[in-house]
Design a protein around this ligand. Structure first.
Ligand SMILES: Nc1nc2c(ncn2[C@@H]2O[C@H](COP(=O)(O)OP(=O)(O)OP(=O)(O)O)[C@@H](O)[C@H]2O)c(=O)[nH]1
Ligand SMILES: [Mg+2]
Length: 441
């Protein structure tokens, strides 16, 4: 394998330290030709030791640390060398160019991790966990990325694969020795297939929570004008974000604010109050509210306790029929008209907003997200669905079809599971997975 090099740290911002990473057979010789240290005058560079020294080029010198990880005990499974230099793109780029002058090639996106996968250091799903971890924006995403990268998810998939392989082995014996196995009951094998199917269904059910983990939950704050929607937004995000006035029709544009509540991201969207209006600007605002409702995961439907329930309010609720709604009765300090099955709060000044947050966390499935492994990658979800279909077929046809058919279905299901871990996967899937990585990972 040729030797690759990349800046492993972020190239987007100024940093205190930058890391330039080399991997491949020529990593150590490249390092030796550019890095000089007192400690290395009389000795070879020992693995896993940090050396302080100087990176020297024709036109510059830079004080830096150098560390060598020896094949196979490195991230990629090859010889790896890292330079830890002062932050700043100038320094990092100069060292990168210096390594290229010495024969290293600039790495492609995800190429270090791809080599790790090809060298058997991690499964494909674990590699995807690393990509997920580098993109993680909330604690729930970190937790689930860790479950993926640490192998917890892969172990579960391998366990299902081996159960299916046991069934395949039994079926192949039947195929080879039909007479000797003619009296064997079908149930034990069917039960094993069913157990895998149940586990896949459990994972797919959990995967419904994946959006909350990766994208956050869109919560539209909706209601008639002047009910306290903008006040509630300000209370939820604990900042004076939206304009609040006593005049109905204050909010026109949709205002979005993202906050992390107990490790889950919520995108709160304050909207224009919905009513019949002749005002052109307000009408545009109301159209935007309707669009926002369509794309929301949850609607906070705010009602004013100082006003009785009206026909407009009921009409508006009709508009929310297909949505997941949390009903909120606001202005508890000045009104008594609490609406049915609603939370009771005071948005300004904020009180009891915690109960709204708690309900939102319940709807987001926080408890489950933090207690089990959730499949978050579309690729994995797709493979699980395919595997599920094959296994369903295998069970439904088990008693009536020839053994060969069951074998085909179970093999196909196994193949889908193997695509997740990468134990049997095409080059194009590997390319696709690693192309989403950043350079230097
Ligand atoms: N007493 C009391 N007044 C509140 C409460 N919440 C909001 N208000 C007042 O109600 C009025 C409207 O509040 P907003 O938050 O602007 O209401 P809105 O639903 O965003 O209104 P539009 O943007 O016009 O649709 C303001 O005068 C607020 O001070 C509350 O809990 N108690
Ligand atoms: Mg408003």
């Amino acid at each position: 394998m040729d030797t690759i090099v990349a800046i492993a740290t972020s190239t987007a911002a100024k940093a205190g330290v930058n890391i330039i990473r080399l991997s491949g057979g020529g990593a150590l010789s490249t390092a030796k030709s550019v890095f000089f240290s007192q400690a290395l005058k009389a000795a070879e560079m020992a693995p896993n030791m940090m050396y302080l020294g100087t990176v020297r080029a024709k036109t510059f010198a830079e004080k830096a640390f150098c560390v060598y990880f020896q094949d196979p005990r490195s991230y990629t499974g090859e010889d790896v060398v890292e330079f830890h230099c002062h932050g700043g793109q100038g320094v990092a780029n100069a060292i990168l160019r210096l390594c290229v002058e010495q024969g290293a090639r600039p790495a492609l996106p995800g190429e270090f991790t791809k080599r790790a996968f090809l060298n058997g250091k991690l499964s494909l799903a674990e590699a995807e966990g690393i990509a997920a971890m580098t993109n993680a924006q909330s604690e729930s995403e970190i937790l689930q990325s860790y479950k993926l990268l640490s192998g917890e998810i892969s172990q579960g998939i391998y366990a299902m694969q081996s159960k299916l392989i046991e069934v395949l082995a039994a079926l192949e014996v039947r195929l080879d020795y039909p007479e000797e196995t003619a009296d064997e009951p079908n149930e034990p094998q069917k039960e094993k297939i069913q157990a895998v199917l149940d586990e896949i269904e459990r994972l797919l059910d959990g995967a419904k929570l994946s959006k909350a983990i990766t994208d956050g939950i869109n919560v539209a704050i909706v209601g008639l004008p002047n009910v306290g929607k903008s006040s509630l937004l300000n209370g939820l995000v604990m900042a004076d974000r939206a304009i609040v006035t006593e005049y109905a029709g204050t909010t026109r544009d949709v205002l979005s604010e993202t906050v992390d509540l107990e490790g889950i991201r919520f995108n709160f969207l304050d909207t224009a109050g919905i009513r019949e209006s002749d005002n052109e600007i307000e009408k545009i605002g109301i159209e935007r509210t309707k669009k926002t409702i369509k794309s929301a995961d949850v609607v906070l439907f705010v009602m004013d306790m100082s006003q009785p329930e009206t026909a407009e309010e009921r009409q508006l609720e009709e508009l929310l029929r297909d949505k997941q709604i949390l009903r909120v009765s606001n202005k508890s300090d000045i009104g008594k008209n609490q609406r049915k099955s609603s939370l009771v709060i005071k948005a300004k000044p904020p009180r009891d907003i915690e109960c709204v947050k708690n309900e939102l966390l319940k709807l987001a499935g926080r408890e489950r997200i933090f207690s089990t492994g959730i499949i978050t990658r579309e690729r994995h979800i797709f493979c699980l669905k395919e595997a599920k279909n094959y296994l369903r077929q295998a069970i439904s046809e088990y008693d009536s079809c020839p053994v060969e058919i069951s074998i085909l279905n179970i093999r196909a299901a196994c193949g889908e599971l193997a695509k997740i871990t990468g134990s049997d996967v095409s080059e194009s899937i590997i390319e696709e997975v690693f192309s989403t990585f950043c350079v230097g990972k």
